[in-house]
Ligand binder design. Sequence first.
Ligand SMILES: *[C@@H]1O[C@H](CO)[C@@H](O)[C@H](O)[C@H]1NC(C)=O
Ligand SMILES: *[C@@H]1O[C@H](CO)[C@@H](O)[C@H](O)[C@H]1NC(C)=O
Ligand SMILES: *[C@@H]1O[C@H](CO)[C@@H](O)[C@H](O)[C@H]1NC(C)=O
Ligand SMILES: *[C@@H]1O[C@H](CO)[C@@H](O)[C@H](O)[C@H]1NC(C)=O
Ligand SMILES: *[C@@H]1O[C@H](CO)[C@@H](O)[C@H](O)[C@H]1NC(C)=O
Length: 316
Amino acid sequence: MVAKRVLLFQIAATLLLASAVAAADSNATAPMSKPGCPNKCGEVDIPYPFGTGTDCFMQGYDITCSNTTDPPKAFISAGNIEILRISLVDHELTVRIYMAKWCYDHPFHANTSVDYPYLFSATRNKFTVVGCSTLAYIGGNHDTHSYTSGCISICHEESSVSEGPSCDGLGCCQTSIPTELNVFNTYFDVNFDKGNVQSFSPCNYAFLADQDWFQFDKSKLSEDFGIKNNDRSPAVLDWAIRSPSSCPDAEAHPETYACRGGNTTCLNSTNGDGYRCMCAEGYTGNPYLVGGCQEDGLPYKKLSFEKFKHEKGADV
Ligand SMILES: *[C@@H]1O[C@H](CO)[C@@H](O)[C@H](O)[C@H]1NC(C)=O
Ligand SMILES: *[C@@H]1O[C@H](CO)[C@@H](O)[C@H](O)[C@H]1NC(C)=O
Ligand SMILES: *[C@@H]1O[C@H](CO)[C@@H](O)[C@H](O)[C@H]1NC(C)=O
Ligand SMILES: *[C@@H]1O[C@H](CO)[C@@H](O)[C@H](O)[C@H]1NC(C)=O
Ligand SMILES: *[C@@H]1O[C@H](CO)[C@@H](O)[C@H](O)[C@H]1NC(C)=O
């Protein structure tokens, strides 16, 4: 009888653990690293194909976790671009990059580059210019060609500066970027002078940023705006499995196909070559791990998991 009870308890515990996995997987932001690998660096979740440490990542998706700060910070590969967030579902990475800044002393012109598998998102980012006598450019490589675009903002007096939050040309100007952008420079035309505006617009900024992050108001014309953000802005990168260049090609080579273990679907990349793995409808989890896509967790499973976690104080 006692043995039976122990056995029953073990079965129950196993079921609860199985549903614990399902419940954790059902949250898109839940860490889903390769088994045995760190699933976080500081506050950043690291789902496979990303990883930090030997054998923890797919080639090209390595993350450097630097513990010289508290909390530790994640960086792309061996570079110096800090990662704020990794999204498996949207196939995005949010990174922190430098803004160009000019407070009428030395202009700082920012250059940024990332390597494949990353490209700057054309749908999530806007090139934004802040100032009242400002012409700034963004120039880079689109595919194999170079491109240049820019934005102008002129406001002659303080009363004509926009109240915000939209960036409407009165102290702030925004423009879109093309797809397939991985290198760009942001810089000012330092000879562009449309009157003395320094009293109410002491600084100029030019930056690429997540369009959901930036909201204009008069305070953005001050030096504080740069200082508060360490002269950096959050920008969104798209990532994909870049080779082979599309789903049909990838599916024809099962030995290298990155969508693992069934119940996955393949989507062509929408920015640059390649493909993205998703869990099939009704499944959630990590399509890049063998058996990573689990049937959608049922509410009672999640409940029992929460209860289990509460009662056992399980560390998950
Ligand atoms: C689950 O997702 C929600 C909303 O996306 C988020 O606020 C929450 O922190 C996530 N929980 C875990 C455990 O990641
Ligand atoms: C940082 O990481 C190194 C090696 O990865 C380790 O030896 C060291 O103890 C860590 N330092 C802290 C403060 O965690
Ligand atoms: C940025 O790129 C330009 C050329 O496009 C170069 O002249 C300049 O030195 C670069 N600046 C930095 C800070 O690397
Ligand atoms: C993906 O791209 C390939 C090659 O361009 C094309 O043949 C295929 O139809 C595309 N698949 C989807 C679902 O769009
Ligand atoms: C897909 O998931 C179902 C369970 O929902 C499982 O029975 C099946 O084996 C999975 N398919 C593959 C190819 O793993």
